[in-house]
Design a binder for this molecule. Structure first.
Ligand SMILES: Cc1ncc(C[n+]2csc(CCOP(=O)(O)OP(=O)(O)O)c2C)c(N)n1
Ligand SMILES: O=C1C[C@@H](O)[C@H](O)[C@@H](O)C1=O
Ligand SMILES: [Mg+2]
Length: 637
């Protein structure tokens, strides 16, 4: 007789989560750190009871908004380089629906999170239950079917014994670097509490091996030849490089073979900023140095990059007549892009092989790398020192707002602080090992270009989904991962208004985060987008029905929750606030009033956006024509 243990589905789930381990480079650690939850009738009596009874080592944390707590779980796993996760559980119906956006965010960023949405009764007794949808076409269709499109693995456990195969599949998917992402297991509320005689072997310690897969020799040798034929190779450092901890070998290759590197959002801070071959962020939000290097490259070595539009300037960044590609990626799907020579395998393992075989090869760059860097540093300096004036101010985003409108913003927000000055001041004032968290709005562009850090794994950008409202919750997740480092969420007023309530969770659990809120009274980057494409300023500024700019005291909002708060409008005030914030043990919010149109712009990138083909506005028609011309240059597939 095989040994069995009689448990409910939920109890078995919690017991299983406690037994999952991951093995990376000879070190074995528990894979599941904890469970974020918001309980409702769909999960409180099943999974809630199981967690109350015996959580094991799991850290059980109460969220404030299901999307927010799931964003915190994403940030935690991202900051832990996907080697440790949180599970998230929500009640049936709206609670679970609230997590769908977060599952999508995890999916677009390839981040493992275990989603446990409660579901309607498997027995259909009662039917319909509160919050159950009623589809004429099918009773089995529930809110949770919407997770299918945003999960790497999806299952519904309608009988306790299904849990075993569901969990084993889910953990395989989450711990496989080629498929890492959200796994969703829907739990009907009656099934959660149903008991079953589970085979004891199911609960034995299970180790998931994150082995470094080496590419096949053919691919490595072909790629080696391709590099040796190249005169101007450039490495693009993507998220895969970071998750594989390939930073040191990238630096080795760069130094020994005179090869520069540029960074994607996910890849930034894999290599120190001051490393001499690091030209910084690339693409639409890139530096002039990185974009010049990409422009002149005859070979792009993509290391763990998905080549999103922001990296490739909507597929116009490369000179396709002369540039060839090598893609090093654990995912074949990614390696196929741009007809590249596909090196399918772990980034670090692949690069170590190249490092051993490149011999005396040297790329033919001369002084231009230093010149591009110097030019960029001078530009950063200029951006730091931009000063507003009330007569002839030329904003970085030029010719959108008249001087009168700019003065109006200065009056209402009571500030003359520019965004670039504020951000660089922030960067220059915080400790080098601070973790910066951003996601949406104009700030991702500014940090991608301007944020400098030499401490690896401290630049935390969710720019796969660019989900507004990620930042505050993300800061909490990052803090859970890096408790000894200061965390700075940088976000706009729009993002803060969208979702910030995990600040309360941070206060509740005494996890100190610092929120740097850049208030420009509007959806600034979208306003830039509409006006740069021929349109007027339509519905993107934060104005009331009398067309008055809204001045909101965000510091007061956070003060109400119990945070230490500051309101700043000058460089000196910001430095003072940051220095004081460092001394606090409680979470802080700095309400930084900045002028609109003073974020960074340009430097060679181009974004393909859906301009109207037909319009009464000639500026829009003109923008459409310009887009068509740009598209001529784009890679076609
Ligand atoms: C959840 C979500 N909704 C909508 C968008 C589209 N969007 C991107 S940026 C933006 C405005 C951001 O405003 P704010 O946070 O104030 O930043 P700013 O651009 O002003 O710096 C919007 C609406 C998004 N990225 N995410
Ligand atoms: O539409 C968008 C424009 C980007 O500039 C911004 O960073 C991003 O959040 C977005 O969704
Ligand atoms: Mg804004």
């Amino acid at each position: 007789m095989r040994e069995t243990i009689r448990l409910t589905t939920a109890q078995a789930l919690v017991k299983f989560l406690n037994q999952q381990y991951i093995y990376v480079d000879g070190v074995e650690t528990p894979f599941v750190e904890g469970v974020f939850n918001i309980f409702g009738h769909g999960n409180v009596l099943g999974l809630g009871h199981a967690l109350e009874e015996n959580p094991g080592h799991l850290n059980v944390m109460q969220g404030k908004n299901e999307q927010g707590m799931a964003h915190a779980a994403i940030a935690y796993a991202k900051q832990m380089k996907r080697q440790k996760i949180y599970a998230v559980t929500a009640s049936a119906g709206p609670g679970s629906a609230n997590m769908i956006t977060a599952a999508a965010t995890a999916h677009a960023n390839n981040i493992p999170v275990l989603f446990l949405p409660a579901d309607t009764f498997a027995t259909r007794q009662p039917d319909p239950v509160l919050q159950q949808l009623e589809h004429e076409s099918s009773i089995s269709l529930t809110t949770n079917d919407a997770f299918k499109a945003v999960s790497r693995y999806w299952d519904r456990v309608t009988r306790p014994e299904q849990l075993m195969s569901a969990l084993i599949r889910a953990f395989e998917v989450m711990t496989n670097p080629a498929t890492a992402g959200p796994a969703t297991i829907c739990l009907p509320q009656d099934t959660e509490g149903e008991a079953f005689d589970f085979d004891a072997s199911f609960f034995k310690k299970r180790v998931h091996y994150l082995d470094r897969t080496s590419p096949v020799e053919r691919a490595l040798n072909d790629a080696l030849d391709r590099i040796k034929e190249s005169k101007r190779p450039v490495m693009i450092v993507g998220g895969g490089a970071r998750y594989s901890s390939a930073g040191e070998v990238i630096q080795q290759i760069a130094t020994q073979h005179n090869i520069p590197l540029v960074e994607t959002h996910a890849g930034k801070s894999t290599v120190p900023n001051s490393f001499v071959y690091n030209l910084g962020g690339t693409g639409i939000l890139g530096t002039s140095a990185a974009n010049k290097a990409i422009d002149s490259a005859d070979l792009v070595i993509g290391i763990g990059t998905r080549y999103t539009d922001f990296t490739t300037s909507s597929k116009t960044a490369f000179d396709y007549d002369k540039t060839r590609f090598i893609n090093i990626n654990v995912s074949r799907v990614q390696a196929y892009k741009f007809d590249a020579l596909q090196v399918v395998g772990d980034a670090k393992a692949s690069l170590e092989w190249f490092s051993q075989h490149l011999g005396n090869y040297k790329a033919s760059y001369g002084q231009e790398l230093q010149e591009w860097q110097k030019e960029w540093q001078e530009e950063r300096q200029r951006l730091h020192n931009i000063v507003f004036n009330r007569e002839t101010f030329k904003a970085e985003i030029a010719d959108h707002f008249s001087q009168e409108i700019m003065n109006d913003y200065a009056d209402v927000l009571q500030t003359e602080f520019t965004q670039t000055n504020a951000l660089i001041t922030l960067n220059d004032t915080v400790a080098d090992d601070s973790v910066v968290v951003a996601s949406a709005g104009s700030l991702p562009g500014d940090v991608q270009r301007l944020w400098e850090t030499d401490t690896v794994n401290t630049y935390h950008l969710e720019y796969g989904y660019s989900c507004m409202g990620y930042e505050v919750a993300g800061a909490l997740g990052a803090k859970l991962a890096n408790p000894d480092q200061e965390i700075y969420a940088v976000l706009g007023d729009g993002s803060f208004l969208m979702l910030h309530t995990e600040l309360v969770t941070a206060l509740q659990y005494k996890q100190k985060i610092n929120i740097c809120l850049f208030d420009n009274a509007g959806y600034g980057c979208i306003n830039n987008l509409q006006m740069s494409n021929g349109g007027g300023s339509f519905n993107c500024e934060l104005r009331d029905v009398d067309n008055q700019i809204m001045a909101i005291d965000y510091a007061m909002v956070a003060k109400g929750y119990g945070a230490k708060v500051y309101r700043v409008t000058t460089r000196e005030e910001l430095v003072a606030a940051l220095e004081d914030a460092k001394k606090q043990t409680v979470s802080t919010l700095i309400d930084i009033k900045v002028l609109p149109k003073t974020m960074t712009d340009g430097y060679g990138g181009w974004w393909n956006v859906g301009v109207s083909e037909v319009s009464d506005n000639p500026n829009v028609t003109q923008a459409w024509k310009q887009r068509q011309q740009k598209l001529e240059k784009a890679w076609k597939y």
